[in-house]
Design a protein around this ligand. Structure first.
Ligand SMILES: NC(=O)C1=CN([C@@H]2O[C@H](COP(=O)(O)OP(=O)(O)OC[C@H]3O[C@@H](n4cnc5c(N)ncnc54)[C@H](OP(=O)(O)O)[C@@H]3O)[C@@H](O)[C@H]2O)C=CC1
Ligand SMILES: Cc1cn([C@H]2C[C@H](O)[C@@H](COP(=O)(O)OP(=O)(O)O[C@H]3O[C@@H](C)C(=O)[C@@H](O)[C@H]3O)O2)c(=O)[nH]c1=O
Length: 281
């Protein structure tokens, strides 16, 4: 007998949450999606009451505090969402033998490695956002509920707040846009990551199911933020001048900005190999 999972999607109004909802719908999967207004995961009492009422068997957590610079001065809120609420979700999953699918970031690394980061490499975040995301990962791993932690990088899509939509707007104005050229990573389409997640769910609870654990998944091409901006300006046929600058020079023009890793590259081979061997992806 196949048991239909009872899926809860949190943070459903974010860019990844929306993309996952669209992919799950397209795959005819049933799920309950909740935005922050409908389910604030930092409200422990409301969260607990909701979970015990819905009894999800799989939680896809797309709720997160993602304002990287703001987190430097608002770290309590950032940790409340990215660590404490995640711990509460993991505790529910542990008690009910449910599965937690959670997303994390390249910003858990300090970017000093000379090669793309693998799953087992030692995290050492540079900023409050990265520290809070690592704390969330550690909470899940310590509670040891059934889980997938998927670290990704530089997520973007046509809507929501991301580097792609920011650059698309800047490409419409006449002033020169200066963009950091010494931080490298892989832009990752939210739709692509949502497709990966759907494949994982489709295989879950079968013999080809992805083993629980931590995985990296990002786009195939590593580039700098400047190169990414250049691609976007070309796509937009923009005549706005674009200038490459160093992260150090960019920081001088933006006091209080968070430090970001120079090398944000993730090695996604482990998950990509599994996808190739086990799914239609
Ligand atoms: N964006 C990126 O480049 C990357 C993101 N990630 C990770 O991917 C995941 C998804 O990120 P992404 O979709 O881009 O982020 P978004 O900021 O687009 O979405 C996050 C969502 O979480 C919601 N949220 C914030 N606080 C709470 C709360 N207390 N309770 C419930 N919901 C809340 C936000 O609500 P509201 O809409 O009201 O603000 C928002 O809708 C996160 O875990 C993030 O850390 C990893 C690597 C790269
Ligand atoms: C807007 C802008 C940014 N930058 C630089 C600043 C920074 O080094 C880099 C990216 O800046 P942003 O603030 O757009 O992106 P940022 O918020 O750092 O993006 C990160 O978000 C979190 C949630 C993640 O998990 C990461 O993977 C990553 O995607 O580009 C410029 O150089 N010029 C500009 O005009």
């Amino acid at each position: 007998m196949v048991i239909t999972p009872n899926i809860l999607l949190t943070g459903a109004n974010g860019q990844l949450g929306k993309a996952i909802a669209a992919e799950l719908l397209a795959a005819n999967m049933t799920f309950v999606a909740k935005s922050r207004d409908e389910l604030d995961i930092t409200n422990q009492a409301a969260l607990s009451a909701f979970l015990h009422q819905l009894k999800p068997t799989i939680i896809i957590n797309c709720a997160a505090y993602t304002a990287v610079d703001q987190a430097e001065t608002d770290s309590a809120t950032c940790f409340a969402v990215n660590e404490l609420a995640v711990k509460a979700l993991a505790e529910y999953c542990d008690q009910t033998e449910s599965v937690l699918i959670h997303f994390s970031t390249d910003y858990v690394f300090d970017g000093t490695s000379s090669k793309p980061y693998e799953e087992q490499d030692k995290p050492k975040p540079l900023n409050q956002y990265g520290k809070s995301k690592l704390a969330g990962e550690l909470a899940i791993q310590q509670i040891a509920c059934r889980h997938y932690i998927i670290r990704t990088s530089w997520l973007y899509g046509d809507t929501g707040k991301n580097f792609y939509t920011t650059m698309r707007k800047l490409a419409q104005q006449p002033q020169t846009v200066k963009v950091v050229d010494d931080q490298i990573g892989a832009p990752t389409k939210v739709k692509e990551l949502a497709g990966v997640l759907t494949c994982i769910l489709e295989k879950h609870a079968t013999q080809q199911g992805l083993p629980y654990g931590t995985y990296h998944y990002c786009g195939d091409v590593f580039k700098s933020w400047y190169q990414f901006a250049k691609d976007i300006f070309t796509e937009q046929q923009s005549n706005t001048p674009l200038a490459a600058i160093s992260a150090a020079d960019y920081a001088l023009s933006k006091p209080g900005i968070a430090l970001r890793p120079y090398n944000s590259c993730l090695n996604s081979q482990k998950l990509k190999k599994w996808l190739k061997n086990n799914t239609k992806f």
